[in-house]
Write a protein that binds this ligand. Structure first.
Ligand SMILES: [Zn+2]
Length: 388
C-alpha cells in the first residue's frame, strides 16, 4: 500500500523547508491575525501528531500539552485553525449520536425512536459543520463559561435573560484552555462535566436551561506553576510532554521562523499555503474514513495487555488508546487498526495514568478484606469464632 500523505506531511514537516513549494504570495488573500502555519513549526512531532489525532477523532477525549513556557504550545493549537475539518453532527434531540450512516450500516434499530421517525419522514438526522477554535480567556469566571444573567437587559428592561456561555458556543468545536492548572476549580469542574456529558444545565432562579456542549478539549499547562489533580489529568485523552528543542540548528531555525512570522506573517503563511491546504485535505479524508476503521484482534490483545501490565485503573485509558489508534489508522488511510498503531499512540494515551496512591490504597484494602474474609468464614451462627 502506498504511504499515507497525511503522515508523510507530518513526518516531513521538520525541517519545514523541505516541503516549501512555490507559493504565489499575491493570490492568497490572507487576513490579518494569520495563525502561525502548523507546518512551519519546527520539531515537536509528538505534539503535532497528538493534536491532529484529537481533531480527527473527538472520541479520544482531547489533549493536554504539558511543558515549560515558550515551547510553542499555544502557537501549535492556534495553528490548527487552517486544518480543522468539516464534521457530521447528529441533530438527535435525545443527545444520542444518531446518524444516517448508523442506519445504513445497522438498520433503524441503530438510532433512537425519535430519529427513526424523523428518518421515516426523510428529515435530516445530521448536518455538516466546520470545526472552529474557541479559546477560554484567562481568568474566565463561571458565568462566562456556563452563561449567566444578562446584566444590561436586566438593568434596562428589568427582564431576566440568560446569555449563552462559552461552553455552549464551543459545542461541536475545539475548546482550548491555556494554563488549565491555574483555572478556578469550579470553572474547570463545570467544563469537565460538560465535556463528559456532552451537555450542561444552568439554573438561575426559576430559569432552567440545558445546552448541548460536545467539544474537543485541548489544554496546556506548565508544571512549574502547579500540578493538576490526578482525576483532572485523567479527563484528557492524550498527554503530550512538550520539551524545548534539542538540536541547536533546530532552535536557530525556530528562532528565524518566528522572526519571519513577526515581520511578515502573510508571506510565511503564503509560503506554506499549498502544503497546509494539502494537509487539511488529508485530515478531512481521515475524518471521513474514521467511521469505517475497526480494531484488529491482534491490536486489541496488545492494547489490553499493555494496560494490564501498566496496572492502570481508569477505563479512560483504553478509550483514549483505542480511539487514538483508530484515528492513526485513518490518518494512514487504512480501515484496520494494527499493533503498530497501538504502539505509536500508547504512550500518549497511557502516561500520567498510573497512580501510586491508588495502588497503595488497593494493597491496604486487599489486606483488610483478607482479614475480614477469614473472620466472616470462621465465625459460626452462635457468634463463636473457631479455629480449625
Ligand atoms: Zn436520536
Amino acid at each position: 500500500m502506498s504511504e499515507s500523505t497525511l503522515l508523510k506531511i507530518l513526518r516531513d514537516a521538520s525541517p519545514a523547508r523541505k516541503i516549501i513549494e512555490h507559493a504565489n504570495q499575491h493570490d492568497m488573500g490572507l487576513a490579518d491575525g494569520e495563525p502561525f502555519p502548523f507546518l512551519a513549526l519546527i520539531g515537536q512531532e509528538e505534539m503535532k501528531l497528538a493534536l491532529i489525532l484529537s481533531i480527527v477523532n473527538p472520541e479520544i477525549g482531547g489533549v493536554l500539552l504539558i511543558g515549560a513556557r515558550g515551547t510553542a504550545k499555544t502557537t501549535a493549537v492556534r495553528s490548527l485553525i487552517d486544518l480543522l475539518p468539516v464534521v457530521t453532527r447528529s441533530l438527535c434531540e435525545n443527545r444520542f449520536n444518531c446518524t444516517e450512516q448508523a442506519i445504513e450500516k445497522d438498520g433503524l434499530g441503530a438510532v433512537c425512536k425519535a430519529c427513526a421517525t424523523k428518518f421515516g419522514y426523510q428529515e435530516a438526522l445530521t448536518r455538516q459543520d466546520k470545526m472552529r477554535l474557541v479559546e477560554l480567556p484567562l481568568n474566565a469566571r463561571l458565568d462566562d463559561v456556563v452563561g449567566g444573567i444578562n446584566e444590561r437587559i436586566l438593568t434596562e428592561k428589568g427582564k431576566v435573560r440568560l446569555d449563552k456561555g462559552l461552553l455552549a458556543q464551543a459545542d461541536n468545536h475545539l475548546l482550548y484552555i491555556d494554563e488549565v492548572n491555574l483555572l478556578d476549580d469550579v470553572v474547570l469542574d463545570a467544563i469537565l462535566d460538560a465535556s463528559a456529558q456532552g451537555y450542561y444545565t444552568v439554573r438561575r432562579g426559576p430559569n432552567n436551561l440545558t445546552y448541548r456542549s460536545k467539544f474537543v478539549l485541548a489544554g496546556s499547562m506548565n508544571p512549574e506553576e502547579g500540578t493538576l489533580r490526578p482525576q483532572i489529568m485523567d479527563r484528557f485523552g492524550l498527554r503530550v510532554v512538550v520539551r524545548g528543542l534539542n538540536d541547536p540548528a533546530d532552535r536557530f531555525e525556530a528562532y528565524e521562523q518566528s522572526l519571519r512570522f513577526r515581520k511578515d506573517a502573510e508571506s510565511l503563511s503564503a509560503e506554506f499555503a499549498e502544503a497546509t491546504l494539502a494537509l487539511a485535505g488529508e485530515i478531512q479524508k481521515a475524518v471521513d474514513l474514521l467511521p469505517q476503521v475497526e480494531i484488529s484482534a491482534e491490536a486489541k490483545a496488545l492494547g489490553l495487555d499493555i494496560v494490564r501490565q501498566a496496572k492502570i485503573e481508569s477505563g479512560r485509558a483504553e478509550i483514549a488508546m483505542f480511539e487514538a489508534a483508530r484515528a492513526h489508522a485513518a490518518a494512514d488511510g487504512r480501515t484496520t487498526v494494527t499493533a503498530e498503531d497501538i504502539r505509536t499512540v500508547a504512550l500518549l494515551a497511557l502516561r500520567q495514568r498510573q497512580s501510586p496512591k491508588l495502588a497503595e490504597f488497593f494493597a491496604m484494602q486487599a489486606a483488610e478484606d483478607k482479614t475480614l474474609a477469614s473472620l466472616i468464614s470462621d465465625t459460626d451462627e452462635s457468634g463463636e469464632k473457631h479455629d480449625d
